[in-house]
Design a protein around this ligand. Structure first.
Ligand code: ARG
Length: 563
């Protein structure tokens, strides 16, 4: 339920002179509880009516009436609205209990497709903390898009093509061992990759060899293809372990290599449209008119590029999925790349170029520095996740040694800690990597919210045979309940805002606030006392569990009933 909307509808009935949009803009939340729930500043009318605002407030307070409000009073130039706590809380709790996990679901995107390109790690390189950001942000934005009614296609655009495979083949042939790669593929491939760069610092011959091997790969050389396929398979197996831990899935694993046979057509089209120019033997598309460097389409040796594959991918996705919007969840260091992709599509005459959206995010820093695969300055995500799970298990063993499915809960809590730590920050910020911070089980963390949910569940278990019936809810009007109820009422707007801003941190902050309000309520209220409000209190607790669980689900975090 949207209490702002109740006020706006009421004002509109009485003030046809102002539009809903204008009313939405000016309506405020008063600073103090004793000033009510919403305030309408009457200044906006005093010019039109040529009257001082305090008189207008007084006149309106005498005229406007509604059962949804216990009082509507003039306070200087403001008209203050006090919601009728009993009726409003009854209807909010009733709505949550009735709709359950569909509370806050919108139909806005009905019939529209959004493709979301996220995670997209590079084969033969470790799944780094940087890719974690794309994975958890992308997964949550995908969930939010679905909650807003869109049909979402989740795409993992694997980095499975490019000159790095030339380097890797050279390194493997010189220093690699089959057994080692089989045992610990990513670790060993990373080791080879780092070694290549160390050695290449000494001699340029290595770089030439790598270029040759990449060319062979592009020309379908048997040996090169076999090695590449093997590296890809072993890497994907390892990535899938991580996706399983994070409980993230994809509809498509079409990586860069998938577009190898789809670029020729695109390049022909560029030639036909006379936008391809040659520059030092390479083919480029000039973006001079937009003050951007040209987009390189084909190198002088005929090799295609990351951008070429992204152009083919965008066209393929438009044809295949006929998307209304197409998101790319990628760090902000690639913003020039995506600007170029969009403008090349524009030059090709595709009006849908505007549907492409680069949703960017900051770096994860380690000791204040950007992480780099080449220098081996990476943190292996799988190790971090496993450490988090171990720590979660330790803390559960202390707090609740009798818990039956400890392993499963420890996994949900450890992973939840990592995801929440990432999502609670506005995504543009750079995040300093800190295992300690991530794994704090109190304060502003995922485990705190999960724990609040479990605590609320245990109250319901104690209440035993609680079955709700909307006619039995009486509404609650004490200040602690009311703060919880107002938070419940704000869930839908946060679902909407989180999607429109493409920012899950809005929702993360929201579930945190709901958990905090509930804990205040819990510490001040004897919930299970036998009195006429018992049923209403249980209904409120139940509503809180539903919204916390759904909020966490949208973030990609599980909500165990016990922990
Ligand atoms: N593999 C790339 C990287 O790790 C990200 C790919 C993002 N998606 C895309 N369509 N370009 O940097």
């Amino acid at each position: 339920m949207n209490t702002k909307k109740i006020v706006i509808d009421l004002l509109q009935e009485n003030l046809s002179i102002l539009s809903k949009e204008e009313l939405t803009k000016v309506l405020e939340r008063p600073k103090l509880d004793q000033q009510g729930d919403w305030a309408f500043p009457c200044f906006i009318l005093s010019k039109i009516w040529k009257k001082p605002p305090h008189l207008i407030a007084k006149e309106l307070s005498e005229k406007i009436q509604s059962n949804d409000f216990s009082k509507i009073v003039a306070d200087g130039p403001y008209l203050n609205f006090f919601l009728n706590k009993k009726t409003v809380s009854t209807s909010i709790i009733g709505e949550v209990l009735e709709k359950e996990e569909n509370y806050g679901t919108y139909q806005t995107g009905k019939g529209k497709v959004i493709t979301i390109d996220y995670s997209s790690p590079n084969i033969a390189k470790p799944f780094s903390m940087g890719h974690l950001r794309s994975t958890v942000i992308g997964n949550s934005i995908a969930n939010l898009a679905e909650k807003n009614g869109y049909h979402v296609i989740r795409i993992n655009h694997l980095g499975d093509w490019g000159t790095q495979f030339g380097k890797l083949i050279v390194a493997y042939k010189k220093w690699g061992h089959e057994k080692k790669v089989q045992n610990q593929p990513i670790k060993e491939l990373l080791h080879l990759y780092v070694k290549f760069h160390e050695e290449a610092n000494q001699t340029t011959a290595l770089e030439d060899e790598a270029r040759e091997w990449f060319k062979k790969l592009e020309d379908n050389d048997q040996e090169a293809i076999t090695l590449w396929k093997w590296f890809r398979e072993e890497s994907v197996k390892e990535f899938e372990k991580i996706y399983q831990l994070l409980d993230v899935r994809f509809d498509s694993y079409h990586g860069e290599a998938f577009y190898n046979d789809k670029m020729e057509e695109v390049i022909k089209e560029m030639e036909k449209k006379e936008i391809l120019e040659s520059s030092d033997g390479a083919d480029v598309i000039s973006l001079n008119q937009y003050d951007l460097p040209p987009c390189l389409i084909r190198k002088s040796d005929g090799a295609t590029l990351y951008a070429t594959r992204d152009l083919a991918a965008a066209i393929y996705r438009k044809r295949n999925y006929s998307f209304a919007q197409s998101f790319y969840i990628v760090g902000h260091e690639q913003s020039l790349h995506f600007q170029q992709i969009k403008l090349v599509l524009k030059k090709m005459g595709y009006s849908w170029f505007e549907a492409l959206e680069h949703i960017s995010f900051g770096f994860i820093l380690k000791d204040g520095k950007k992480m780099s695969t080449r220098k081996g300055r990476v943190i292996l995500l799988e190790e971090v996740i496993n450490e988090a799970i171990e720590l979660a298990e330790k803390s559960i063993n202390e707090k609740n040694p009798g818990l039956s499915n400890k392993k499963e809960v420890a996994k949900e809590v450890g992973v939840g800690a990592i995801i929440f730590h990432d999502l609670k920050n506005e995504k543009q910020n750079n995040v300093e990597f800190s295992l300690q911070d991530m794994l704090r089980f109190e304060g502003t963390t995922g485990p705190y919210v999960q724990y609040t949910h479990a605590r609320a569940c245990s109250i319901l278990t104690k209440a035993d045979s609680f079955e709700w019936n909307v006619n039995d809810i009486m509404g609650l009007d004490d200040s602690y309940s009311w703060h919880v109820i107002m938070k419940l009422a704000q869930f839908p707007e946060n679902v909407e805002r989180g999607f429109l801003k493409r920012d899950p941190s809005k929702l993360a902050k929201y579930v945190l606030e709901l958990a905090q309000e509930f804990n205040k309520y819990y510490s001040q209220t004897k919930i299970l006392t036998q009195d006429e409000e018992l049923f209403s209190r249980l209904a409120l607790v139940k509503a809180v569990t539903l919204v916390l669980k759904e909020g966490l689900r949208l973030l990609g975090i599980k909500a165990p009933n016990k922990m």
